[in-house]
Design a protein around this ligand. Structure first.
Ligand code: COA
Length: 157
């Protein structure tokens, strides 16, 4: 059981073992987690303290990689995946990120969420240098991108 609305927390270094355990059950890549690449994770825990949802933002600079979006099977289909994605996008936007990239075997989830296909060779070098791009994601994974709108409005005086 999780709280309603879900409590999304920024993960700390102490959360890596729990994140790896959770993601290992989802089939998403875990081999590079905690290995030094700059990553921020958001997690949702159930009322027993177990992670039931996660998403990561990898990289530095204005173009970064979204990764490790997962929801525990029993909780899928109730909006938690969308909520995590929106939270990660908001955090990235607040940090000045202007474009996100991701690799996924489930591109349909991202269809109505602002993501468009992009050729792998059009991905910026800093993002393409990630372990997901180099060797962790299969070649048939879809490569998607989303341009983030700025989090402020310019008001003419
Ligand atoms: C993708 C995932 C995070 C969605 O989480 P969720 O909590 O079920 O998502 P929501 O309830 O917010 O949204 C459900 C939507 O996702 C779609 N969806 C869920 N899993 C899907 C899949 N495997 N393929 C296509 N669409 C999927 C549903 O059809 C629904 O679409 P709609 O809102 O447009 O009608 C979850 O299915 C999951 O953990 N999958 C395994 C890991 C994964 O593939 N992650 C994505 C790549 S990093």
């Amino acid at each position: 059981m999780i709280t309603n609305p879900p409590r999304i927390e920024a993960a700390t270094g102490a959360d890596w073992p729990d994140i790896v355990t959770f993601l290992a059950g989802t089939g998403l890549p875990i081999d590079d987690l905690g290995q030094g690449a700059p990553m921020e994770f958001l997690v949702v825990r159930n009322t027993s303290g177990h992670i039931v949802g996660s998403i990561g933002i990898e990289g530095i600079g204005v173009e970064r990689l979204i990764r490790s979006l997962a929801v525990a099977p029993a909780l899928r289909g109730h909006g938690l995946g969308s909520t995590l994605l929106a939270a990660a996008e908001a955090q990235a936007r607040d940090e000045g990120v202007v474009r996100l990239f991701l690799l996924t075997l489930t591109p349909a989830f991202f269809d109505h969420r602002g993501y468009d296909p992009v050729a792998r060779d059009a991905v910026p070098a800093a993002v393409a240098a990630s372990a997901e791009f180099i060797h962790l994601c299969p070649g048939d994974a879809a490569c998607l991108t989303r341009l983030l709108e700025p989090s402020f409005s310019v008001i003419d005086e």
